[in-house]
Design a protein around this ligand. Structure first.
Ligand SMILES: Nc1ncnc2c1ncn2[C@@H]1O[C@H](COP(=O)(O)OP(=O)(O)OP(=O)(O)O)[C@@H](O)[C@H]1O
Length: 186
């Protein structure tokens, strides 16, 4: 089984944008570990593809049953990655990519998954704020929460916890580095 790749970075750093490009270029090579969440779907999000959308009760039950590699609570919602989500990807013969936050990174590091770690960094907090505002999906309160979480994420990355840090300034350059890291070990 190829090593799973953990992709983290502040909300708005561009993880979805880069992953979308990667999946467009390599439609069959990679599989996303589909996270569970109790947050409401955004318009266009599909259950089982973007997330497994669950109730708070279902989520708590799965925590008690030890089904998660990692889980966290953020902006009032639960998010988690189940062992099953990672296994499902390997069963399809694909390389597993995980999109998780710093608490998830720490939990995966403490698990038996022999993963590689990539951190996506925004050029600055100011740029991150502009991108979140322009994305048009967040309230001002939600942007504030994401920005303070971003500061903690960046400080954690500065401890050298990841194998690779990529600054997402120019999208094409960032994508090329992103792809190189992900394809480095097949
Ligand atoms: N290099 C870039 N230059 C300019 N804008 C960018 C760049 N990369 C991403 N963006 C824009 O920044 C916004 C945030 O990106 P994206 O939604 O991919 O972030 P994310 O890390 O997936 O966030 P979340 O964790 O909240 O899902 C999007 O509107 C996206 O189009």
């Amino acid at each position: 089984m190829s090593r799973p790749i953990v992709i983290s970075g502040p909300s708005g750093s561009g993880k979805s944008t880069l992953l979308k490009k990667l999946f467009a270029e390599y439609p069959n090579k990679f599989g996303f570990s589909v996270s569970n969440t109790t947050r409401k779907p955004r318009p266009g999000e599909v259950d089982g593809t973007d997330y497994h959308f669950t109730t708070v009760d279902e989520f708590k039950k799965a925590i008690d049953e030890g089904k998660f590699i990692e889980w966290t609570q953020f902006s009032g919602n639960y998010y988690g990655t189940s062992y099953k989500a990672v296994e499902d990807v390997s069963k399809q013969g694909k390389k597993c990519l995980l999109d998780i936050d710093m608490y998830g990174v720490k939990a995966v590091k403490a698990s038996h998954l022999n993963a590689r770690y990539l951190f996506l960094r925004p050029p600055s907090i100011e740029t991150l704020k502009e991108r979140l505002e322009n994305r048009g999906t967040e309230t001002p309160e939600s942007i504030q929460k994401r920005l303070s979480a971003a500061t903690a994420e960046i400080e954690y990355a500065e401890t050298g916890a990841h194998d690779r840090v990529i600054v997402n300034d120019d999208l094409e350059r960032a994508y090329s580095e992103f792809k190189d890291f992900i394809l480095a070990e097949d």
